[in-house]
Design a protein around this ligand. Structure first.
Ligand SMILES: NC(=O)c1ccc[n+]([C@@H]2O[C@H](COP(=O)([O-])OP(=O)(O)OC[C@H]3O[C@@H](n4cnc5c(N)ncnc54)[C@H](OP(=O)(O)O)[C@@H]3O)[C@@H](O)[C@H]2O)c1
Length: 275
């Protein structure tokens, strides 16, 4: 079986599917023959996204779910498994960014980012594991970040949530390995999506630039799916990110991270944002 037909007829749920990485993953899964339940909280946005992929309409389903509401997540996942007869892949991808000065963060910011980035994943895992255990198969793919393996300055809130996602996913990967369940943590560096322009509360800042080194989501999604075929635990996007992580683990990034902190502090003082 090749990387291209591995996903054929697989039943997949992708959260945050109307935008960025979630949209690109949905498109790539559809190209590879999967049945994709594209989940989003805003019916209009999800409809717009599925319309763009209408050539795959016989294999696309729309799911409206706010990932911060446990009952909605539970019902959405159970409904898909019942309708489709099984659940092969759950992509807990929805999330918000959060690069800001720690002293500017309100407790509401903390609550929101933990709800969207961490509780959402816990809710998804909670609903999907019993279904997959019953099947004796299934793969849960949780989106963390480079900030979920290397703590980035001015991203304390975001890093907290993403380290949580990495820890949860890696721990379960070992716990369920003998049960036929697979877990992967996706750790992207900069991917060119609208996330850079949004604050935690959803405000859009059009003037904020997407970083020049950001990778197109289409390229990221292909790499992610290829690594899922290999059942890779932590998926680095791009692959060279693994070396960066080793640098942190072996304490070789001290100067780099201190310089980054200094530059971000100056940028906030000058422009009010970090780029
Ligand atoms: N882009 C990067 O550089 C990068 C790097 C590392 C990690 N990541 C992670 O990758 C994932 C996808 O982000 P992205 O870059 O593709 O950003 P994006 O284009 O902004 O997409 C985020 C998605 O999450 C959805 N979402 C947010 N809150 C939600 C909620 N309460 N319920 C349901 N859906 C919700 C958004 O829906 P709405 O459109 O309705 O808001 C949107 O579809 C996130 O977990 C992010 O942390 C991204």
């Amino acid at each position: 079986m090749t990387e291209l037909d591995y996903f054929k007829e697989k039943i997949c749920i992708v959260t945050g599917a109307n935008s960025g990485i979630g949209y690109a993953l949905s498109e790539e899964l559809l190209k590879r023959g999967a049945v994709v339940y594209m989940a989003g909280r805003n019916p209009e946005k999800i409809q717009k996204a599925t319309e763009k992929l209408s050539k795959y309409s016989d294999r696309i389903h729309e799911v409206i779910v706010d990932v911060t509401i446990q009952k909605q997540v539970q019902k959405a996942i159970e409904d898909v498994a019942e309708e489709a007869g099984r659940l092969d892949f759950l992509f807990n991808n929805a999330g918000v960014g959060g690069t800001l000065q720690y002293e500017k963060a309100t407790l509401d910011d903390w609550k929101t980012i933990i709800d969207v980035n961490l509780w959402s994943v816990i809710y998804g895992v909670h609903a999907a594991v019993p279904i997959m255990l019953k099947q004796g198969s299934g793969h849960i793919v949780n989106t963390s970040s480079v900030a979920g393996i290397v703590p980035m300055p001015f991203q304390a809130l975001y890093s907290l949530t993403k380290f949580g996602v990495t820890g949860l996913t890696e721990s379960l990967r070992y716990e369920y390995a003998e049960k036929g369940l697979h877990f992967s943590t996706v750790c992207p560096a900069n991917i060119a999506t609208p996330i850079f322009k949004k604050s935690i509360d959803g405000t859009v800042h059009d003037h904020v630039k997407i970083p020049d080194d950001a990778i197109p989501p289409k390229i990221a999604s292909k790499l992610i799916l290829n690594k899922l075929v290999e059942k890779q635990g932590i998926i680095f996007v791009p692959e060279e990110l693994e070396q960066f992580w080793h640098g942190y683990v072996f304490k070789k990034l001290e100067d780099h991270l201190l310089t980054m902190a200094h530059e971000r502090r100056e940028s906030y003082a000058e422009k009010g944002n970090y780029m």
